[in-house]
Design a protein around this ligand. Structure first.
Ligand SMILES: Cc1ncc(COP(=O)(O)O)c(C=O)c1O
Length: 432
């Protein structure tokens, strides 16, 4: 993590940066964001509650709502909703449509690293992973290594391509509570064989929020000529990220999660060697013009450009907050939550305690309580939104913390969980 002074300098420069990008545009949201950025210029330590109260005020989340499911979908701040609406109105008023690709790619690279020309903007991680799986020349006899903690969005495109091409899928078993990054690397690497051509894994798992050591895997894959395709649905907007340092061949993500972009906003980053050779899944004009590089994959026919206007606003909102301050706040809230969970009898936290292995999510079980009953109980009694990880039969309750959460949200949910663990919860109506 960089020191406070240089992060502060970078934020000031960044703010001038987006004014240059958007200066002269006849849009209202950049000016609104500029005002907010000025208010947020100073402060923002992980426990600076007045600062984070200003941030919370930027969201449309009702005051009595405790939203702890950013891992599924991030609620966009008002400025993002306004950017979407403003773009939709411009289209309705017959202004010429069009995406400012250069600005959008530059803003994306400024926030999460990588080279602007490597970015493609599908609708979500599922589509981004599909672009990769369908765009590679997978052959019968190839082996694709994945894990038993992948989301369907990061897994099914590979399962389908295996079924279609006669390739094999090998599923590495990850320890749900790893004791070190090396644990995770070894469990994946144990499934790699001479026939492995692709390793397809999450950067942060949806099951437990475990952070995988992608840079180490990328180095091992590169040394063996294996393609590393990363399902990075979660890290952008949760972790400070530099895609150039993360490595690997492809990085797929869903900015509508932690980056707080509009629903239906995806992202795919291609390492330089793939930009002119990956087969586009959707073919439109220029699909075979290799001089266009990764931009060939942005030729998708007519689509809803307003979500990309919203993505631009979300990227600038995040830059105004500062990725360093965001990650520190996300971790601070998750640590508080986890410390409280550790105090509750019959709660077993699955997510590793080590800061290097976890970030914005925590998964746990409560002995003797069905997680779906617990979820319904929290929703009914506290207006709390959670996620149950039923996949693979894990049965975890997962909570995500983000910048709009307040310490009072965490206190309230811990109180409800403590009561539930001590006295039990009713079964869901209609449960057999
Ligand atoms: C790790 C991971 N990959 C992929 C996805 C699918 O994301 P999307 O529905 O945006 O395609 C999710 C969604 O929760 C996820 O957590």
């Amino acid at each position: 993590m960089e020191d406070g002074a240089s992060a502060e300098t970078r934020r000031r420069i960044d703010r001038r940066g987006f004014l240059t990008v958007l200066g002269g545009a006849t849009l209202a949201w950049p000016r609104a964001l500029e005002g907010l950025a000025r208010r947020l210029e100073v402060g923002g330590a992980a426990d600076d509650e007045p600062f984070w109260a200003v941030v919370r005020d930027q969201f449309l989340i009702p005051d009595d709502r405790i939203y702890l499911n950013n891992g599924t979908l991030g609620p966009p701040p008002a400025v993002v909703v306004d950017a979407v609406a403003e773009h939709a109105r411009r289209v309705a008023r017959t202004y010429p449509p069009g995406v400012a690709w250069g600005d959008l790619k530059a803003a994306t690279a400024a926030l999460i690293g990588g080279e602007p020309e490597g970015f493609v903007f599908p609708r979500n991680t599922t589509e981004a992973v599909s672009f990769v799986a369908n765009g590679l020349d997978i052959e019968g006899g190839d082996e694709i290594v994945t894990t038993d903690h992948e989301h369907i969005g990061g897994l099914e495109p590979w399962r389908m391509v295996c079924a279609r091409r006669g390739a094999a899928l090998r599923v590495a078993r990850l320890p749900p509570t790893p004791s070190s990054p090396g644990d995770l690397v070894e469990s994946i690497w144990g499934s790699v064989s001479p026939a492995t051509t692709v390793v397809a894994v999450s950067h942060v798992t949806f099951t437990t929020g475990t952070v995988l050591p992608i840079a180490e895997l990328a180095a091992r894959c590169a040394a063996r000529g294996i393609v590393l395709a990363v399902d990075g649905a979660h890290p952008p907007g949760m972790l400070q990220l530099d895609l150039a340092l993360v490595g690997g061949d492809f990085y797929a993500s869903s900015p509508h999660k932690w980056l707080l972009a509009p629903q239906g906003t995806g992202l795919l980053y291609l390492a330089p060697r793939w930009r002119d050779v990956l087969w586009p899944t959707v073919a439109s004009g220029g699909w075979d013009d290799r001089t266009l590089g990764a931009q060939r994959l942005n030729h998708l026919g007519t689509f809803d450009e307003s979500r990309l206007a919203g993505l631009m606003a979300a990227l600038e909102f995040m830059r105004a907050l500062g990725p360093d301050r965001v990650e520190a706040r996300v971790r601070h809230l998750r640590r508080t939550l986890r410390a409280g969970l550790d105090e509750i009898p019959r709660v077993r936290v699955v997510t590793a305690a080590d800061e290097g292995l976890a970030a914005g999510m925590v998964s746990f079980t409560v002995e003797g309580i069905d997680p779906l009953d617990l979820q319904a109980h929290l929703s009914r009694t506290g207006n709390v939104r959670t996620r149950v990880i039923s996949e693979y039969g894990y049965g975890y309750m997962r909570l995500s913390t983000h910048v709009y959460n307040r310490p009072s949200d965490i206190d309230q949910v811990l109180g409800l969980l403590d009561d539930a663990a001590r006295t039990g919860v009713p079964s869901r109506p209609g449960k057999g």
